[in-house]
Design a binder for this molecule. Sequence first.
Ligand code: PLP
Length: 467
Amino acid sequence: MNLSTPSAALHDKDRQYLMHPFTALAEHERKGPLVMVKGEGVWLEDSEGRRYIDSMAGLWCVNIGYGRKEIATTLHDQAMRLPYYHSFSSMGTDTSILLAEKLIELSPVPMSKVFFGNSGSDANDTQVKLVWYYNNARGLPQKKKIIARQRGYHGVTIVSAGLTGLQSMHNGFDLPLPFVRHTTAPHRLWQAEPGQSDAAFVARLAADLENLILEEGPETVAAMIMEPVMGAGGVIVPPPGYYAAIQAVLDKYDVLLIADEVICGFGRLGTTFGSEKMGMRPDLMTVAKGITSAYVPLSACILSEKIWQGLLLGGERYGAFAHGYTYSGHPLAAAAALTNLQIIEDEGLVAQAAARGELMHRLLRESFADHPAVGDIRGVGLMGAVEFVARRDPATPFDPALKVAGRIARAALEEGLITRALPQGDSISFSPPFVISEEETAEMVARARRAVDKVFAGLHAEGHWKG
Ligand SMILES: Cc1ncc(COP(=O)(O)O)c(C=O)c1O
């Protein structure tokens, strides 16, 4: 492996050979990539030697920060001892068994079994297969529809992309598949009536869900999938009482709850799981990202005893469970996960995420509340977003063609900050590694404010914003 390729050559080779995910392809051909070559703590360094605070922990995932030697040592030792063996046909590896035990111990509600995959997307596809198999085994072959929420993000595989409630992920892909339905997002800024109380808003959201289930026919609705706090859809924290009201509707119509914990799991909200923080009682949970802090790919479906018993019943009817990946329970990934979870425990990083989250939210409010284009500052734990609007009252979005959040994310790069323009509306998000210091948290928010000021000065000069 030759890692001494000069930066300019890397840029050329990238444009020539690499297709990037979630990238404007033609624009990328013209402009080329930003290439990261090093990381330490919350800091990244690019191929030109510029340094950035990574306020997104990669893609909401490098929770223990970059450059952790413990994980590198674990990967080295495991690769020397046993780099790979599979889990098909009752075979297995020690690290995947120990990790499954750990996940069941950590689960916020009693859970029974763990099924490993490689990404959040494939795990959510697996969840749908598990739910279908379960209902077929129960003799309920009609009960197959899956409800998700507008703005929810569940991945990009053929099922998961459809569950994702963001139009840009359906366009051009003939999605969603016909068994998917979406219900209202619990997003106060755009969905609540002006002055509506939380209680009235929650009652409306629960009624929307119930009406959808009744329209479809409860005998056709199998499960609902929800992120405890929506990530990519806008860092949307539902109002108090929301999950209790939603759960009551699901229970009434025998609809399973899948908690997509891909971002929230393992501490992001200041509790080990988002379900714990938000009061969800899932039948199935999806985890990925933070399980290894993204040092290597790994995901898992965690299922309750009720689901497990259904799968056993299915076995009597269909024979051996015919689903799984070459890399299900990969021993390197499982070893990295065990070390990662140990680091989180030993260093008290869940509590630290809660504490740094409080600081981050206070600083975001202090820094942005007075800005006339800020429509909302929200979040929980170490996950936050600032949403920009053309007018505050009534809330009016900017023309999407202005790409306000995209401009801010680009201006932030010039300030040495990585933030993310979320795909719907004009929100920028913050989800740094849990190891961020107080000083780095303050620096992150200060850099974000400078980027925002630059962009709004530009919009003002162009006549797109009056201020
Ligand atoms: C909540 C949630 N679910 C699923 C996924 C998909 O995970 P992956 O990109 O590993 O397929 C993501 C990725 O951002 C996510 O945020």
